[in-house]
Design a binder for this molecule. Structure first.
Ligand code: IMP
Length: 194
C-alpha cells in the first residue's frame, strides 16, 4: 500500500486532524496546495459524491494516491442543514464566524438542539481507481448559543457534548480525534489501509 498521500483539502483544521491520526501510522501526507492544486468543485447533494470528486481531482492532478474528507454539521431542527453546505452556510467568502452567527440565528427560540457532525473519507490509489476505500463517522451533540473554547475549527465552539460537559472547541486535539466524526472515519479507514 502506497504511504504517500495527497490530502484533498485546504482546510487547515482538517489537515491538522487528518495528519495527527495518520502520520503516527507511517503515512506521509502532503496538502494539495503543495502541488498547486486548486480546490475541487463540490456540486453534489451527498457527502460521499463530493468526497470522491475531491479525491479524484487531487489524485489526477498530483499523480499520487489521494485522501479526501467531506464533512458537515447536520442539525435536527433545521432538517439536517447546513449539511453538505456547512463550509459556505453563510455564503462566500467562507467564514466560520459568519456560519456560526447564521446557525445561532436560525435556532433562535428553538428548544430542540440535537445535531451531529458527519464525515466520509475516501482513499483512491489513483484517479481512476475503481475500488475506493470509504469510511464514515458521526459525532452526536447539541448546539449551544454561546461560543465556548478556542480549539478546533468551524462550528466547534457551539457543538456541545453533554457526556463531557464541554464543547468540541474545549477539547484537546487528541481528545477530539478520539471521538470525533473525522477521527472515527479515519480510524476505520486506517484499518482498511492496513
Ligand atoms: P467541506 O470542506 O466541504 O468538507 O466542509 C466541511 C465544513 O463542515 C467545515 O468547513 C465546517 O464548517 C464543518 N465541519 C466539518 N467538520 C467539522 C469539525 O470537526 N468541526 C467544526 N466544523 C466542522
Amino acid at each position: 500500500m502506497n504511504r504517500n498521500l495527497v490530502i484533498a483539502s485546504g482546510n487547515l483544521g482538517k489537515l491538522r486532524e487528518i495528519e495527527s491520526v495518520l502520520s503516527p501510522l507511517g503515512y506521509t501526507l502532503t496538502p494539495q496546495s503543495h502541488y498547486s492544486i486548486p480546490e475541487a468543485e463540490e456540486p453534489h447533494p451527498t457527502f460521499i459524491e463530493n468526497s470522491i470528486a475531491k479525491a479524484r481531482h487531487a489524485a489526477r492532478l498530483s499523480g499520487i494516491a489521494a485522501l479526501a474528507d467531506d464533512s458537515g454539521l447536520c442539525v435536527d431542527a433545521l432538517g439536517g442543514a447546513p449539511g453538505v453546505h456547512s463550509a459556505r452556510y453563510a455564503g462566500d467568502p467562507r467564514s466560520d464566524s459568519a456560519n456560526n452567527a447564521k446557525l445561532i440565528s436560525a435556532l433562535r427560540g428553538v428548544p430542540q438542539r440535537k445535531a451531529y457532525y458527519y464525515c466520509v473519507v475516501v482513499y483512491l490509489r489513483h484517479a481512476d481507481d475503481p475500488q475506493p476505500l470509504i469510511a464514515e463517522g458521526r459525532w452526536h451533540g447539541q448546539i449551544i448559543d454561546d461560543a465556548r473554547g478556542t480549539n478546533g475549527f468551524g462550528y466547534d465552539p457551539h457543538f456541545f457534548i453533554p457526556q463531557l460537559g464541554r464543547t468540541a472547541a474545549e477539547l484537546e486535539p487528541a481528545e477530539k480525534n478520539a471521538q470525533s466524526h473525522r477521527g472515527l472515519a479515519l480510524a476505520k479507514l486506517a484499518t482498511q489501509l492496513a
